[in-house]
Ligand binder design. Structure first.
Ligand SMILES: C[S@@+](CC[C@H](N)C(=O)[O-])C[C@H]1O[C@@H](n2cnc3c(N)ncnc32)[C@H](O)[C@@H]1O
Length: 225
């Protein structure tokens, strides 16, 4: 197999630009991406297997699709927290949770994942889908260190992310080409998710490899050790 010499793409927009972008997308995100991403997100939720009574955090919850599943899983004895940089996403999610009568067990917060506003070791499990690949390369270890910090020892984390494992696949190349041309609109890009997690001290427990129109998607379950 040819060795991939192309570098991991950088993310050049600021977090403020991300906030503005996702605020603007919040009302139409489900129509644009919701049905495409559901299959992968659901595979991640299945792998995380949140249980009744657990304390769970979702980072980058978007329009709250996973929050509903997680809130139902933790039950009335559990607690679910969510953090997202976009107030628009928070409002869409809150409305869905209220409609599903699940809002009372969910605490949503607008904030940046590079600095999580939670105490050390306070969550049993953490979920993050299609969000890690939105951070610039030097920020990924910071975000993962924060995730690790808030997880209890042996706590588990599921990441769903576009993967760079097939870096030479035409779809990966096309995606990276589009990312290079439209760095603000298409601000995410495939990342070596497993390597990032392991370098952050999150041991891989399970890996499911999926494909989205030829673009690799990894569903990773990791444990803090
Ligand atoms: C591509 S969407 C994915 C949403 C959801 N997880 C899903 O699977 O549908 C990425 C989400 O991450 C949020 N986000 C982007 N940058 C962030 C940051 N620095 N901190 C927290 N959330 C962020 C966005 O507002 C958006 O809701």
């Amino acid at each position: 197999m040819a060795r991939d010499e192309r570098p991991l793409r950088r993310v050049n927009r600021t977090h403020e630009q991300a906030r503005i972008n996702y605020d603007g997308l919040s009302r139409c995100y489900d129509v644009l991406a919701g049905s495409v991403e559901r299959r992968y997100r659901n595979a991640g939720l299945h792998m995380l297997a949140a249980e009744a009574g657990e304390r769970v955090l979702e980072v980058g919850f978007g329009t709250g699709e996973a929050l509903q599943t997680l809130a139902a899983a933790v039950g009335p004895a559990g607690t679910l927290h969510g953090i997202d940089i976009s107030q628009g996403m928070l409002e869409v999610s809150r409305a869905k949770l209220q409609h599903a009568c699940l809002a009372d067990r969910v605490v949503l917060q607008q904030g940046d994942a590079v600095q999580l506003p939670y105490a050390n070791c306070c969550f049993d499990a953490l979920f993050m889908s299609f969000t890690l690949e939105l951070f610039d390369t030097p920020e990924i270890p910071t975000v993962l260190a924060e995730c690790r910090r808030v997880l209890r020892p042996q706590g588990r984390m599921c990441v769903v992310a576009m993967s760079r494992r097939s870096a030479d696949h035409p779809m990966t190349r096309l995606y990276e080409w589009l990312h290079d041309r439209f760095p603000r609109r298409l601000d995410c890009r495939p990342i070596p998710a497993r390597q990032c997690l392991e370098e952050a001290g999150l041991r891989t427990v399970e890996l499911r490899r999926m494909s989205m129109f030829g673009l690799a998607v990894d569903i990773l379950l990791s444990r803090r050790h």
